[in-house]
Design a protein around this ligand. Structure first.
Ligand code: ZN
Length: 650
C-alpha cells in the first residue's frame, strides 16, 4: 500500500464536500414543545412498530428498506414523558416550525453570507432504518448560496437547512428487534452543506472547524459528543462518489478522508489487475454449494456451533479472486472485510470465512482442500463460506457475489459509516435521487425582508474578528486566544474576566489547559456549572481562596452535585492561612533546611518557596509566600553576618 506521503491529492483530483449537522440548544424541539434533551433512566413508555418500506410519492421503494421489511424487522421505541409526546410517536401531527430554531439557522446563514429564501417549505426525506417513527425525516432549506473564508480559500456554502434529529439506536437484539430511543427525535439540527471544492484531507478538517466556529458563535448550539455530526462526500476520478455518514469526531475527519482515498485507489488497482488476468462478471456464478459435510469434525468454533445447531455451511467460488481478498485497502482493512460487511448487512450473519486467510480459526489445510474439491476451485480461485441458517447463508453469499462483481468494475457507489479507527463500513446502497416530497401537515413560513434585517442587525461577530479582539482586548498571545475561541467556555471567559480582577491569561489558561488536563484525569468537569466557575473566580478576587486551589475545587464540585463553591472550600479545608500561620510554616521550613541554606546561600530561595507552596497549596497566595521567605532569609542573613563563624551568604 502507498504510504500517505506519496498520495498527491491534487494530482489524483480529490473532491470533498461536507454536510455538517449541529444540534441547536433551543427551548423546545423543532415540531413540538418537548425539551431537546436525552434521558438516561429506564424508559417510561415503549411501543413496537414494524418497519415498513416507505414509498416516496414517485412510487420508488428503497431496496434496503424493502429488504429489511421482508426480513420482518421490528422496532422497539423507548420514550419518557419529559422528552417526547404524541408528535414523536407519530400519533399527532407536527406543530408549526419552531421560530427560535429558524432564528438561529438564519443567523448562521447570514454569517455565511447565504441568501435567505422567501418561504420555508418543510419537506419529507425518506428514512429507511426506523430511526424516525414516521419513516421520513422533516427538513427545510433556510438559505442558499453562501460562502466562508478558510485561510486563503473561499468555500461556497450550497445551503443552510433545518432538520429534525433522528431517534438514537440503543440496541439490536436477536429475533430482528432494533431498539431506538425517541428522546433525540425532533431536536433541531442545523445543516450546512459545502460545495465539493475541498481538495485534501487537511483542508477538509480546516473547513469543518471553520463552520463549527461560526455555528458556535450563534451561542445556541448543544455541546458534547454526538451533538455535531458530519456527512462527508468523497470522490476521485475513476472512483465513485461515496457518502460517509455520521462522523462525530471532528479530529478524525482528515484521517477518514485519507483512508477513503486509499481505499478507492486500491480498489481501482484491484479492478485493473482482475481484468488483466481475465476475471469477468459472468464467470462469478450464483451457484452455492452445501459443504456442511466437509466441516462435520471441524475445530473451528464458529462453524462448529452452526453445525451443532443443525444449520448449514454454504460456499461459493470466486473465479480468479485468489489472493485478492487479503489485499489491504486501508490499514487492517481488506477486500475480504468489504465482503464481510456486505454479508453481515444483507445476510444478518456474524461474518464470513474465505480461503485467502486459511488455514486459520481452527480450520485445517485438509478441510480447505476438501472445500476446494467440493466447489471445484483451482489455485487461482477464492472460496467464501459461511455457517448459518440456509436463508441467511444464501443472502450473505449473494451479497458477496455482488461485491465481487463490483470489484471487477472498480469502486461501487455506497453510503458508508465511519469505524472508530478511521476506516469505514458498508451502510447501504446509495439512495436514488427521488427521496424528498412535501410535508403537507405544516404550512409554509414566510421569511420577510423585515425579519431578515432584524436578524442581520444583531449578528454575532465572526470567529476571525473575535479572535483578533480577544488577542487585543485581553492581551492574549495568538495560541491562547485561539484556544479560548475554540473552547467550550469561550463566552464564559469574557464574563469571568469582566467580573473578577484575575489576569485574563490566568483565566484563559484555566478555561483551556486546566479543564482539559482535569478531563484527561477523568474528572467530569462538565458537571461543574458556568455559575460555579464564576463563583470560584469571584472568590479568588476577594482573597477567599487562591488560584492554586482551582483544580481541587473543580474536582470536588464535579463529584458533589447540587453543592456550592462555599461547600467545596469548607469541605476541602481551603480556608486561607493567616499571615501568622504562614510565618510559622515558613520558619519551620527554614529550620528544617538549614544545611541546604548554608550550602546554597541565595540560591536556596527558589527551593524554599517551592517547599512552602507544596505544604500550603490552595491556602496561601504565592506572592505572600515568597515575600515571607525573602524576609526570613534576610533576617537570617543579618543575624549570621554578626557571627564570625558564619558561612551564610559567602
Ligand atoms: Zn414532543
Amino acid at each position: 500500500m502507498k504510504p500517505l506521503s506519496e498520495i498527491n491529492y491534487k494530482e489524483i483530483g480529490l473532491k470533498v464536500g461536507l454536510e455538517i449537522h449541529q444540534q441547536l440548544n433551543t427551548a423546545a424541539k423543532l415540531f413540538c414543545n418537548c425539551k431537546p434533551e436525552l434521558f438516561k433512566e429506564e424508559p417510561e413508555i415503549t411501543f413496537l412498530r414494524r418497519l415498513r418500506p416507505t414509498q416516496s410519492e414517485l412510487g420508488q421503494v428503497d431496496p434496503a428498506a424493502y429488504f429489511e421489511f421482508q426480513k420482518g424487522v421490528k422496532i422497539l421505541y423507548e420514550a419518557n414523558r419529559a422528552t417526547s409526546c404524541l408528535v414523536e410517536m407519530d400519533e399527532e401531527p407536527p406543530h408549526p416550525l419552531n421560530r427560535e430554531a429558524v432564528d438561529v439557522a438564519l443567523t448562521a446563514a447570514l454569517m455565511m453570507k447565504a441568501k435567505p429564501i422567501d418561504e420555508i417549505h418543510v419537506m419529507r426525506k425518506t428514512v429507511i432504518d426506523g430511526s424516525n417513527t414516521t419513516g421520513f425525516q422533516r427538513t427545510c432549506v433556510i438559505a442558499l448560496g453562501g460562502k466562508i473564508e478558510v485561510g486563503e480559500k473561499t468555500v461556497p456554502i450550497e445551503h443552510v437547512s433545518l432538520e429534525e434529529d433522528a431517534a438514537r439506536k440503543t440496541g439490536e437484539e436477536e429475533g430482528n428487534i432494533i431498539r431506538y430511543r425517541i428522546d433525540r427525535l425532533g431536536i433541531p439540527l442545523i445543516e450546512v452543506a459545502t460545495a465539493p471544492v475541498i481538495k485534501s484531507p487537511a483542508e477538509a478538517g480546516e473547513v469543518a472547524l471553520a463552520i463549527g466556529r461560526i455555528l458556535r458563535a450563534t451561542g445556541k448550539v448543544i455541546r458534547g459528543l454526538g451533538t455535531i455530526r458530519q456527512d462527508i462526500n468523497i470522490s476521485i476520478p475513476n472512483g465513485a462518489l461515496m457518502e460517509i455518514k455520521g462522523l462525530q469526531e471532528l479530529e478524525q475527519l482528515p484521517l477518514v478522508v485519507e483512508y477513503e482515498v486509499r481505499r478507492q485507489l486500491n480498489l481501482i488497482g484491484i479492478s485493473e489487475e482482475l481484468r488483466k488476468i481475465g476475471a469477468n462478471k459472468e464467470e462469478i456464478g450464483d451457484e452455492f454449494f452445501d459443504v456442511t459435510d466437509v466441516f462435520r469434525q471441524t475445530k473451528c468454533k464458529v462453524i462448529r456451533k452452526a453445525v451443532d445447531k443443525g444449520q448449514r455451511v454454504l460456499a461459493v467460488k470466486l473465479p480468479r479472486f485468489g489472493g485478492f481478498l487479503k489485499r489491504e485497502l486501508a490499514p487492517d482493512f481488506r477486500l475480504g472485510t468489504e465482503m464481510a460487511d456486505r454479508a453481515r448487512f444483507w445476510g444478518k450473519v456474524g461474518g464470513i470465512f474465505h480461503t485467502d486467510e486459511m488455514p486459520a480459526y481452527g480450520i485445517t489445510q485438509e478441510e480447505i482442500e476438501e472445500l476446494g474439491k467440493a466447489v471445484k476451485a483451482g489455485k487461482q480461485d477464492a472460496v467464501v463460506f459461511v455457517g448459518d441458517t440456509p436463508e441467511n447463508a444464501r443472502d450473505a453469499l449473494k451479497a458477496v457475489v455482488e461485491r465481487a462483481r463490483e470489484a471487477i468494475d472498480g469502486v461501487p457507489q455506497e453510503t458508508r459509516a465511519p469505524n472508530p479507527d478511521g476506516t469505514s463500513r458498508y451502510m447501504r446502497p446509495r439512495p436514488g435521487s427521488a427521496r424528498m416530497y412535501p410535508e403537507t401537515d405544516i404550512p409554509p413560513t414566510q421569511i420577510t425582508e423585515e425579519y431578515v434585517s432584524v436578524v442581520r442587525s444583531r449578528l454575532p461577530e465572526l470567529p476571525e474578528q473575535r479572535l483578533e479582539r480577544l488577542a487585543k482586548e485581553y492581551k492574549l498571545n495568538e495560541k491562547l486566544a485561539r484556544q479560548v475561541l475554540d473552547s467550550e467556555h469561550s463566552e464564559l471567559f469574557e464574563v469571568v474576566v469582566k467580573e473578577s480582577n484575575i489576569s485574563p491569561t490566568t483565566v484563559a489558561a484555566f478555561m483551556t489547559e486546566t479543564l482539559k488536563a482535569l478531563k484527561r484525569d477523568g474528572v467530569q468537569v462538565e458537571k461543574v456549572s458556568n455559575d460555579q466557575i464564576r463563583e470560584i473566580f469571584k472568590g479568588i478576587s476577594l482573597g477567599a481562596m487562591t488560584k492554586e486551589a482551582i483544580p481541587e475545587i473543580v474536582t470536588w464540585l464535579s463529584k458533589h452535585e447540587n453543592k456550592t463553591v462555599q461547600d467545596a472550600v469548607s469541605s476541602i479545608g481551603l480556608r486561607m492561612l493567616s499571615r501568622e500561620e504562614l510565618e510559622r510554616i515558613v520558619d519551620s521550613t527554614i529550620e528544617r533546611n538549614k544545611n541546604m541554606i548554608i550550602e546554597r546561600g541565595a540560591n536556596s530561595f527558589g527551593p524554599l518557596v517551592g517547599m512552602v507552596m507544596k505544604d500550603v497549596r490552595g491556602k496561601a497566595d504565592a506572592a505572600l509566600v515568597s515575600e515571607l521567605v525573602k524576609e526570613k532569609l534576610e533576617q537570617m542573613k543579618k543575624r549570621h553576618s554578626t557571627d564570625e563563624d558564619s558561612v551564610f551568604y559567602r
